[in-house]
Write a protein that binds this ligand. Structure first.
Ligand code: XIL
Length: 462
């Protein structure tokens, strides 16, 4: 009886100790975009470029946060069919196999588009010839990737801003209005397993252009043209989102197609400051919530992993900082807002909000060891602990003595000895450190056998 009681008390004590130590996560809410999105039944993706895949921070962030990948340029016509009927898939194949190995869905981007289109296509002036060329391109490219693509952007940006008229492209001029439906039919034939999307920008809210796309989708549905989804690119500007994104998503959904936010970025005048970043966070939250509110909105894709490689500064002069991770891959306020909107918890789930998983909101420390004096059978050492960019409430240094060494004295540190391992805590006044600040302690070691080798040193918080 007494033994059982002791065991129960022991277990309770252990549990309490674990809770106090923060060993149990404070909540099981997801802590990455992809996990949070998956829990809501949608994908969270990014555009990615093969040229950056050699950079470990890029790949690590991609793999950790995203479960869908859109090749940023690698599947475009100028890359896949640079000269007539001669196809090259190298960079796209590498991205697709990376995505597959990580369990990411792939959005094929894009089969028919007026931009990044090789000159030889621009030069064609006969309807039958261009139809032939377009169908051949689609059957080769979509055929090549068949089985690996969840969604294809079959036709990209076919409408004009403002009026909602068809954009004047070689396809529109030479083939005519029906080029879009021809493209969808060819895509269905080449890859019957992929969802086929029409994709465009400035169709995120209701306006003349999105009305025109809406009318086209309605017509395609009525006539049995194979279309499954609409992509809202959502290249947006901080503080000026259309107010009716959710209603717009809903009206497309009501036509019986899925909706994807396909190229989300929300740009600002650079340099960023805290108020622009806060507005951007609110804007990302709004877009994410709008998608989640409509069951047929099945995914959100941001147009790049990091501000470092965003297309925005190249195209919009003086603007940038449009994505969720900054140039150094740090999470921006927009990241936390997006994760929260998806039902996740910023940080690492230990409830302290600092993302390092140790259950306290201390920053990190580094430490150095210096030998300050030495004699035949002993020496003095000094350890300096320095806070990183965050403040720390306390620190721990661990010294491991070599054989034949004994701690004789210690000052400005409070030791606990366990064999050769000496754990040193602050004495009180030198416990908390401002960002970048240091604390030191000193000690004397006796080494009767003459082994004066440096002890090993590690340090941590708190
Ligand atoms: C952009 C890429 O991000 C750039 O690297 C490239 O130089 C130009 O194209 N709409 C689209 C995308 O559908 O393909 C575009 O991507 C951005 C606008």
């Amino acid at each position: 009886m007494r033994r059982a009681l002791t065991a129960v008390l022991g277990a309770v004590t252990l549990l309490l100790a674990m809770l106090v130590a923060g060993a149990l996560p404070a909540s099981a809410a997801p802590t990455t975009l992809k996990e949070a999105a998956a829990a809501k039944g949608i994908v969270f993706g990014t555009a990615a470029a093969q040229s950056h895949m050699g950079e470990s921070a890029y790949v690590n962030t991609l793999n950790r946060e995203f479960n869908q990948l859109t090749p940023e340029n690698e599947m475009k016509w100028e890359t896949t069919e640079p000269s007539r009927n001669s196809f090259s898939y190298g960079a796209a194949d590498q991205l697709v196999s990376h995505a597959r190995s990580q369990g990411m869905a792939v959005r094929g981007h894009t089969l028919v588009w007026h931009s990044q289109l090789p000159d030889w296509v621009e030069g064609i002036s006969s309807r039958t010839e261009l139809l032939d060329v377009m169908n051949n391109h689609i059957s080769n490219v979509a055929g090549h990737f068949q089985g690996d693509i969840e969604y294809w952007d079959v036709v990209n940006e076919a409408f004009q801003d403002g009026s909602g008229a068809r954009r004047d492209t070689v396809f529109q001029r030479v083939i005519g209005d029906d080029y879009i439906e021809q493209a969808f039919r060819a895509a269905r034939q080449a890859d019957p397993g992929a969802e086929l999307c029409y994709n465009d920008y400035n169709i995120d809210g209701r306006n003349a252009k999105s009305d025109a796309v809406y009318a086209m989708v309605q017509d395609f549905k009525a006539r049995g043209v194979p279309i499954d989804c609409v992509g809202l690119q959502a290249h947006l500007i901080v503080g000026s989102l259309p107010g009716d994104i959710q209603a717009n998503i809903q009206r497309f959904a009501d036509l019986g197609v899925n909706v994807y936010i396909t190229e989300l970025d929300i740009r600002m005048q650079t340099p960023p400051d805290s108020s622009k970043l806060a507005q951007q966070a609110a804007d990302y939250r709004a877009v994410t919530s709008a998608c989640l509110a409509v069951p047929r909105c099945k995914g959100i894709t941001v147009w790049g992993v990091t501000d470092k490689y965003s297309w925005v500064p190249d195209v919009f002069e003086g603007e940038g900082a449009a994505l969720l991770f900054d140039d150094a891959y740090a999470k921006k306020p927009a990241y936390d807002a997006t994760l929260e909107a998806l039902g996740g918890t910023p940080g690492d789930g230990d409830g302290d909000g600092d993302g390092d998983g140790d259950g306290d909101n201390d920053g990190t420390v580094t430490c150095t060891y210096t030998r300050t004096a030495q004699w035949n059978n002993g020496f003095n050492g000094q350890v300096t602990i320095t806070a990183g960019s965050g403040a720390v409430s306390s620190w721990t240094a661990v010294l491991t003595m070599n054989s034949g060494q004994d701690l004789q004295a210690i000052w400005n540190g409070s030791p606990t000895e366990n064999g050769d391992v000496i754990t040193v805590k602050p004495v009180g006044w030198n416990s908390s450190l401002a960002p970048g600040a240091s604390a030191s302690f000193g000690f004397t070691v006796s080494a009767p056998g003459g082994n004066v080798a440096d002890p090993a040193l590690t340090c941590s918080t708190p």
